[in-house]
Design a protein around this ligand. Structure first.
Ligand code: AMP
Ligand code: MG
Length: 290
């Protein structure tokens, strides 16, 4: 079977975002269970992938403790408003040990962040060795919202693609496995999700009137995404575009991409750095009480 990552990876030379169907479900196994109830199947699959993720995470964490690895893993999520970044994190990370997870969201730069290069806050937020990180928005905002709104001049943002590539390449050499995912929704789906938020008082906190103004710039954003995806999809750090109108497919696809990345870096469990048999004897020799 073709690996999901091959189906969803952005080919820098030929990729067209407008050719990706946000309602698509590429790479879904063709089985009776999937045909019968894809949502139930995906829920089950994501839960069992979660068990695998937890095992990989534990081995990564253990290896870092014994200094056997310099690896860290980072899932980077980008999407239009209502694209499902938060929901994806909740679903994909549900089974992981919070001790080894670092989740970071990026909003407009603070006064302090503005004093520095745009990659400053990103580098500081990278996961520690042995940890799994997730970015809700990222360095790419600096070629997305910043480009669409002209927050810096074009000769500044236009150089950032190469700066991002150089940064990500250096981080890859320093042990970072980066899984870059764009959750791709349709404007119809975004509209529906905005309406859903307005229909449900428990979702008002997620509603941002500014999102409606941003939506008016949909085409500009798609163009900015097209540029970021194609200019920054590299051999070491490819972009993946996940059709995201169907939440169950989105969760399954992102969980699978992360699982495959973690399988590739799996350092295994560290061996004991003590004499196991001698320790067993010592423990056995202990009296039952103190
Ligand atoms: P939310 O993810 O809904 O909390 O919104 C975060 C907001 O921060 C979005 O409107 C982003 O466009 C904005 N944002 C994130 N990074 C930047 C940046 N580097 N420059 C300007 N705005 C940003
Ligand atoms: Mg928002």
């Amino acid at each position: 079977m073709t690996q999901l990552r091959e189906l969803l990876a952005v080919e820098a030379g030929s990729f067209r975002l407008d050719k990706v169907d946000p309602r698509g479900t590429p790479g879904l196994p063709d089985s009776k269970a999937v045909r019968k109830d894809p949502k139930a199947w995906a829920r089950e699959a994501v839960s069992s992938i979660g068990t695998e993720l937890a095992a990989y995470q534990e081995k990564l964490f253990a290896s870092a403790k014994s200094e056997r690895t310099d690896r860290r893993v980072l899932l980077l999520l980008q999407a239009m408003d209502c694209g499902g970044k938060d929901g994806t994190v909740r679903s994909v990370f549900a089974g992981l040990n919070p001790t080894g997870v670092e989740a970071v969201s990026f909003g407009p730069p603070t006064d302090e962040e503005k004093q520095h290069d745009f990659l400053w806050r990103i580098e500081r937020a990278l996961p520690a060795v042995g940890h799994v990180g997730v970015f809700n928005r990222s360095q790419y905002e600096d070629v997305l919202v910043v480009r669409v709104h002209g927050l810096v001049p074009e000769d500044v943002w236009s150089q950032r693609y190469e700066q991002i590539n150089a940064f990500e390449t250096a981080q890859a050499e320093a042990g970072l496995t980066l899984v870059k995912v764009m959750l791709h929704i349709s404007p119809e789906e975004q509209r529906q999700r905005l309406l859903d938020r307005l229909d449900d008082p428990t979702k008002f906190w997620k509603y941002n009137p500014g999102d409606v103004d941003e939506r008016a710039r949909w085409d500009d954003y798609q163009e900015a995404y097209q540029a970021a995806l194609t200019r920054c999809s590299t051999e070491a750090n490819p972009w993946f575009v996940v059709p995201a109108d169907r939440k169950w497919y989105r969760n399954w696809a992102v969980a699978t991409l992360l699982r495959d990345a973690m399988a590739a870096v799996d350092p295994g469990y560290p061996p004991a750095d003590f004499d196991v048999e001698a320790e067993r004897q010592r423990v056995r020799a202990l009296s039952q009480g103190i």
